[in-house]
Design a protein around this ligand. Structure first.
Ligand code: FEO
Length: 396
């Protein structure tokens, strides 16, 4: 296992997890795998920034050993407690027990409650610096990006920002840098990561980016703890985050539904036709029972409208769309318009339930729901078409 030099005497010593297909307890699909990035800085004080998932401890240790013996490590920077970045600490600390760990107060608390390790830990806060020799590290607390303990580490001499989860992607590649990979795939993974993990934290992210830009610190490289390192155009991802964090939307509609006997599906397709006739050219349709929820959420990040449909079962929506709605609620989308639709047999109820959850989510229910009994006839199909066409006006 070899380390990869990212700057002179600074090495990537992380791990590529080619086979991981779900993350965060199966809530996030990682079709392209992931990486856990850790960085080794060789200076008077040898410093490791972050570790990797515990099951990959041996690979991290091997990569470090390809540069320097483990016992030479003086400092370990723990930017974040979550186990994909701290999991190798117990194995590592057995091999370099004299290393001192630096992190936020919440990090100290969190690491203790994960590993109960009797480790030398120094709490740092925003503005604190650590002299390594020729280089300095400067710490920026970043609570809730992604956990309360999170922080960014910056090296001014190298113009290098190591922001842990921020600006990352779940993207396994043999290349390490932004200029080496397919740009389309890179940005697909970056937006998917933002939409599914960071979206509800948008206001915190916008404020943190604003604070950092006001600090006027030069940045030539952003080395996150997942995926590709941004060296060619680090501002590309920063500017994308600014856009996403503002909840910026396009004239785009996403129709998500679950159907029992395809009547609700017929309604979804007619609504889409109506939206197109009303001038909305970007319309996406997903049967949630057949779709990857992570991909649907990604489509929603820049969609002005979300139309949610379900057949009625037991006076409520079907279970897969209910699960999706719960997920959407947690993401706290802002500035969206929505409407509900669905077929029923006798009592109905799904449309009302969907409207209730849309309102709880903060989506403006901007048009009356469309509810049809049994199988849509020509008049029913036309009603859906017209509803879609009228709703287009709410999106423009
Ligand atoms: Fe990649 Fe919040 O851990």
């Amino acid at each position: 296992m070899n380390a990869v030099a990212i700057k002179k005497d600074i090495y990537w010593v992380g791990v590529v997890d080619w086979n991981i297909r779900t993350f965060h307890g199966h809530t996030y699909t990682t079709n392209r795998g992931s990486t856990y990035n850790a960085y080794l800085i060789i200076d008077d004080k040898v410093t490791l920034v972050d570790t990797v998932l515990g099951s990959f401890s041996a690979e991290l240790i091997d990569r470090i050993k390809s540069v320097i013996p483990l016992e030479k490590i003086d400092y370990i920077i723990a930017n974040h407690v979550e186990t994909d970045h701290s999991g190798a600490l117990p194995a590592l600390m057995k091999l370099c027990p004299k290393a001192k760990i630096f992190g936020t107060a919440k990090c100290k608390e969190g690491l203790w409650k994960h590993y109960y390790g009797d480790w030398d830990f120094q709490i740092v806060k925003t503005g604190d610096t650590l002299k390594l020799g020729k280089r300095t590290l400067s710490f920026i607390e970043a609570p809730m990006i992604h956990w309360p303990d999170s922080m960014f580490t910056y090296c001014p001499e190298e113009k290098l920002l190591m922001p842990n989860d921020a600006f990352g992607q779940h993207y396994a590649t043999s290349q390490r840098f932004d200029d080496e990979v397919d740009q389309c795939a890179l940005m697909q993974e970056a937006v998917k990561y933002y939409a599914n993990i960071l979206w509800p934290l948008s206001s915190v992210i916008a404020k943190k980016i604003d604070d950092i830009l006001k600090m006027n610190i030069p940045i030539s490289m952003i080395a996150p703890s997942h995926g590709i390192i941004w060296r060619n155009d680090p501002m590309k991802i920063v500017n994308s985050y600014i856009t996403w964090a503002k909840n910026t939307t396009k004239t785009k509609a996403v129709i998500v539904y679950e159907t029992m006997w395809r009547s609700t599906e017929t309604m979804a397709r007619q609504l889409a036709e109506g939206l197109a006739a009303g001038g909305i050219s970007d319309v996406k349709i997903f049967d949630i029972a057949e779709s990857d929820v992570t991909a649907v959420i990604t489509e929603l990040i820049d969609a002005k409208a979300v139309l949610v449909g379900s057949s009625t079962q037991d006076n409520d929506m079907l279970p897969n769309i209910a699960r999706f709605m719960e997920f959407l609620k947690g993401l706290k989308p802002k500035g969206r318009v929505g409407m509900a639709f669905g077929s029923f047999g006798w009592a109905g109820g799904a449309v009302k339930e969907i409207e209730g959850v849309l309102k709880e989510t903060g989506v403006d229910v901007a048009a009356p729901g469309v509810s049809l009994q049994y199988v849509p006839d020509a008049a029913g199909r036309l009603a859906c078409f017209e509803a879609g066409k009228n709703f287009a006006e709410k999106i423009k």
